[in-house]
Design a protein around this ligand. Structure first.
Ligand SMILES: [Fe+2]
Length: 584
């Protein structure tokens, strides 16, 4: 849910940010004179909060704009009016009266409750997501058992078909994430099934993995020629299968988010390319000339622009120049397709940072492969940048730990233990990546806690403890501007929640706490218990494990605690060694 705040008092912003982060609500701040931007937000706002003090200005205009945005969205946009903190409970404030009865007055005591209701209403508008489905096609039942065991534990529902005809019928009725099919099937072969799925599928991109007992290179090539996305020998293990499936789902998700902008004044070329890219799972935008393309690029920020050169209004070279000059578009990948194939044209393209130059007529399939390759390279680059962000943040953690010698190595130990637990619990690749970042950055908010409290030897007073608790919210706030870290924020914000709901900062409980945060909570507590502090010695390992056992179902998630105890069972000696390796 997105709530937009028409507000300009800095103090209110900090106060609201904390409430929104705690409530798990996305938020944006707009200054009152930028209220028109409300209409162009993507995703659109689910609610608007206005600052009470705008009562003296043009509140009615403000409300008119908000109503207009709601009307365009086909529903009323709930509007909240933030009342002054010191206001009495019975006093109806001036602004709320001016704005009208449909405006919901809120203050610091009531805002969280109103948000919970709005969030539930926003969620109710979303389609209900069931378990993700994978179709397995094989005449026998032997492999089905292995496939179910491997994929059910990763949260998938495996639907099976014994032949290609049944599989095609199932694909028409259900949305599958992936199809796993044997090459040899009674009647229509798995290869033919794959070809039909790829050719006839009008819905989202559907990855197909072929299963075969043959490791003959020719058989593998044939499968790829029929459109298969991958080829797996039937001697696979559960681990291999689950890795392969998560790899393909990652690629499919990446493709869904990649935007390709096709620019050509020939409708035939635009449609031909659009069809090919869509068939392969990409999101495609089209424009008939450079000027339109620039407009679309500004609004949509495509990952790749595939453009012709000679077009009316603005040609491909000018489009490219304009893209390079725009601060947010200057790194957009550009591929040129043109009938002009002179060396001077190609050189001009090179100077404009064009990635590839195709001379018309060209092989559409080759164009698709080149664009996929460019997107893959760009993804790897983004991943590298992600790692760079992580290492920069780690440097901050090192700086934080340098303030307090007793916490030295804490982050690395927590991260290592959380990753071991995550792997032992069978987390997917993406969850593990998030867990790695989340556990490394879980205490980054302590940067914002003053020395007198952070470094105080001995027990903290209730006030000081409240200051320390702020670190979860501060950490999430510090990292919020980094878009790529969005999936990690809940892990940082909620790593001090308890299974029984007595934790902080939100006091949510049970499975409402993300699994990664529950894992970090155990790793964090285990490290805190086993490490020496200025006012106490670290607990012996067996004692700490006893606490985890006793607190399962109270402080800790019982499933994570059980997995943690099972993981360390019989490994006590190895763990002791592990801890002894850390710098003092
Ligand atoms: Fe913490």
């Amino acid at each position: 849910m997105l709530i937009v705040n028409i507000i300009d008092i800095l103090f209110y912003r900090a106060f609201l940010s904390k409430i929104y982060l705690t409530a798990g609500v996305d938020y944006r701040f707009l200054s009152p004179d930028a209220v028109q931007e409300l209409a162009g937000l993507d995703p659109p706002a689910d609610a608007v909060l206005v600052q009470d003090s705008y009562a003296g200005c043009d509140c009615r205009d403000l409300l008119g704009t908000i109503r207009e945005v709601g009307r365009k969205a086909g529903r009323e946009l709930p509007t909240l009016c933030l009342r002054p903190f010191e206001e009495g409970a019975h006093q109806e404030h001036h602004a709320c009266q001016i704005l009208g009865p449909e405006v919901i007055p809120v203050n610091r005591l009531t805002l969280a409750g109103v948000l919970a209701e709005l969030k539930a209403a926003a969620q109710a508008r979303q389609p209900v997501a069931g378990p993700r489905k994978i179709l397995f096609v094989d005449a026998g039942r032997t492999l089905l058992h292995v496939v179910r065991a491997a994929l059910t534990s990763s949260g998938f529902r495996v639907v099976s078909a014994r032949n290609a005809e049944d599989a095609l019928a199932l694909c028409r009725r259900h949305a599958f994430e992936l199809v796993l099919t044997s090459v040899l099937l009674p009647g229509m072969s798995g290869l033919e099934l794959c070809r039909k799925l790829k050719e006839d599928n009008a819905g989202p991109y559907l990855p197909v993995v072929m299963l075969s007992s043959s490791d003959n290179a020719l058989d593998m090539d044939t499968a790829f020629n029929y459109g298969a996305d991958d080829y797996l020998l039937k001697s696979f293990t559960a681990e291999m299968l689950s890795k392969k499936v998560s790899e393909h789902l990652d690629i499919a998700e990446r493709k869904r988010h990649n935007k390709i902008l096709v620019v050509d004044d020939s409708k035939l070329t635009r449609e031909m390319l659009r069809h090919n890219f869509v068939k392969n799972g990409h999101c495609v935008l089209t424009a008939e000339n450079g000027a339109k393309a620039l407009e679309i690029a500004l609004a949509e920020q495509p990952d790749v622009v595939v453009t012709d050169i000679e077009m009316p209004e603005m040609d491909g070279y000018e489009l490219c120049e304009r893209l390079r000059k725009h601060p947010e578009l200057r790194n957009t990948l550009v591929v040129i397709m043109s009938a002009r194939g002179h060396a001077s044209d190609i050189k001009r393209g090179e100077r404009l940072g064009v990635s590839r130059y195709f001379v018309k007529p060209f092989d559409v399939e080759k164009m698709h492969l080149v664009v996929e390759q460019l997107l893959g390279e760009s993804y790897r680059h983004i991943k590298k940048e992600h790692e760079h962000v992580l290492s920069s943040m780690s440097a901050l953690i090192t700086a934080l730990e340098a303030r307090d010698e007793y916490t030295k190595g804490h982050t690395a130990r927590v991260s290592r233990m959380a990753m071991r637990l995550g792997r032992a619990m069978g987390l997917g690749e993406r969850e593990l990546r998030n867990l790695e970042i989340g556990s490394n950055l879980h205490d980054i908010g302590k940067i914002g806690v003053r020395d007198a409290v952070l470094l105080k030897p001995g027990r903290l007073s209730p006030e000081e403890y409240a200051v320390i608790q702020e670190h979860a919210v501060i950490g999430a706030e510090i990292l919020r501007p980094i878009a790529s870290l969005a999936p990690v924020l809940p892990l940082i914000l909620l790593h001090h929640e308890r299974w029984d709901g007595r934790g902080y900062p939100t006091a949510i409980s049970g499975e409402d706490i993300p699994q990664g945060a529950r894992i970090i909570a155990i790793a964090d507590a285990f490290d805190a218990m086993t490490t020496d502090r200025p006012y106490r010695k670290g607990m012996p390992l067996t004692h700490a494990l006893g606490v985890i056992r006793d607190e399962a179902g109270r402080q800790f998630c019982p499933i994570c605690a059980e997995a943690f105890l099972a993981m360390l069972d019989g490994e006590a000696a190895a763990v002791s060694e592990d801890l002894a390796d850390e710098p003092a």
